[in-house]
Design a protein around this ligand. Structure first.
Ligand SMILES: [Fe+2]
Length: 229
């Protein structure tokens, strides 16, 4: 399956994104990469992210009766490679990342640990506690469940959605998550690689307002620094 989706209007593809990312069956990928028009500005990219989040929230509310809220919003310049991992977040959570055009080449990695767990007769949480892929034995189990995306239009802005959930299948609102990672073969400290990073979750998991508010996230020129990955 080609995971790259050309997109000029996030509202037009929101339902397709919802089906792919907020998946309740393992035939869907659990993530989506939207390739945006090359001339989209940084602020327009972030605006598109907030528009898409609102529509995904509506779709989530229609299906499960809960809106989606931001747990965090930030902007980072980072070129660190990261092993396959889940971000530390509630058991139902979703990463939405806005990649700005860069000349730094990278490989975007996704591992379907939920499908691997199912094939082994385990829940996703059991798989992660018994076979943590940060260690080589766990990573080896996932080998046939990894998709590597190279050459992913890094001269264009891109919006990436990743299901970061590890909820028990069958529970209310449970969807199947994936692991993510990145390989940056040749970092270039003279170049920037800016990622506009948000974490989203159903409202019941969101306590206080995120440090960076939505309006500031869209309008700021500030970069926060490094991110974990
Ligand atoms: Fe991460």
């Amino acid at each position: 399956m080609n995971h790259l989706i050309e997109c000029t209007d996030v509202l037009q593809i929101a339902e397709a994104v919802f089906e792919r990312v907020f998946r309740t069956e393992l035939g869907q990928p659990g993530f989506a990469v939207l390739v945006m028009p090359q001339d989209l500005s940084s602020q327009e990219l972030r605006q598109s992210m907030t528009v898409l989040k609102e529509r995904l929230s509506e779709l989530h509310a229609m299906k499960w009766g809960e809106a989606l809220e931001y747990l965090s919003l930030g902007r980072f310049d980072q070129q660190n490679s990261t092993k396959l991992h889940l971000d530390g977040a509630p058991e139902r959570s979703f990463l939405m990342l806005g990649y700005e055009p860069t000349k730094v080449r990278s490989e975007f990695q996704i591992a379907d640990f939920s499908r691997c767990a199912c094939d082994m007769g385990l829940s996703p949480a059991e798989f992660m506690s018994q076979h943590n892929p940060m260690f080589s034995a766990g990573a080896e189990l996932l080998r046939n469940y990894v998709s590597n995306t190279t050459n992913w239009y890094e001269d264009c802005p891109r919006i990436v959605l990743i299901n970061n959930s590890i909820a028990e299948p069958g529970m209310h609102g449970a969807t199947y998550g994936v692991l993510h990672g990145a390989l940056i073969p040749v970092p270039d400290q003279q170049a920037s690689r800016i990622i506009n990073s948000t974490m989203i979750a159903p409202a019941c998991f969101v306590g206080s307002d995120p440090a960076m508010q939505v309006r500031e996230f869209v309008s700021t020129d500030q970069i926060s620094g490094q991110i974990l990955g």
